[in-house]
Ligand binder design. Sequence first.
Ligand code: SAM
Length: 275
Amino acid sequence: MADVLWEWSKSGTRHAALHRLLRRLPGTGSAGAYRFGLVERPHYAYGVRRATELAARLGHRGVTVVEFGVAGGNGLLALAEHARYYAAATGVAVRVVGFDSGAGMPATRDPRDLPYLFGPGFYTMDHDRLRARLGEAELVLGDLAETLPAYLASRAELLRRHPVGFVSLDLDYYSSTVTALEVFRRPAHEHLLPRVTCYLDDVPGTIERIGEAAAIADFNADHPARPIGRVLGLRAFTPFDPPWADQIYVHHRLDHPDYARLEVGATGDQLPLSP
Ligand SMILES: C[S@@+](CC[C@H](N)C(=O)[O-])C[C@H]1O[C@@H](n2cnc3c(N)ncnc32)[C@H](O)[C@@H]1O
């Protein structure tokens, strides 16, 4: 009994059980599952929804969503499924790109890489099996320090037509996350939406001076006009207040030419006095 109670005391267990229950209810089709976050990796679905909504409001016909750190590929496949759903729902074309070494974790480079948790060779990939299931999603293999700058330079025109709108950071190391944030440093404004939703997988259980959180802090210190910060109070606005809502961040590009364009429909615009 104590073991059952122990498991049940964790919000992750309760959420998984609730999801299984709700998904079985008659009438919970795809639209219901997406609306209430009952899909596989709901944080990815949330990111794709935010990206496509913002793209549509700003008149873009395409958007790019990115997973940094692919491992076996379950996350990238879920991202691709959500991309298909929201592309059909919004009419915004969604390009999906995953970056990974393809050979598992590299050697650690910095004590802030959480070397006590992760090490070289963790999370290898079966390339052929994954590629066979990827569909149109793109998989870029190699050390991010080489592949990301090359990708950003060679895909400039594609990114202009499909600006980046969602980024998942799941590279575990501080040093790899610093490299991934090149995606916000290097490209021209036109290659990014003015606000880019981010999901940070590896923040829980760490502290602010190590790992992903330290990489974000360094970025913010260097780029005061382009902060990345956690969305405050998001749980309260998200069905069933899931724990992942605490891991949603947004990169605000205050100097982006579209930053101040009103997102028509994002909020009500009147608060009349009650009768
Ligand atoms: C925890 S796994 C990703 C898990 C995946 N997102 C999922 O949801 O299943 C972390 C991945 O980051 C990749 N990685 C870490 N540092 C990297 C780097 N500098 N360059 C390329 N890949 C890197 C590793 O190869 C590893 O597969």
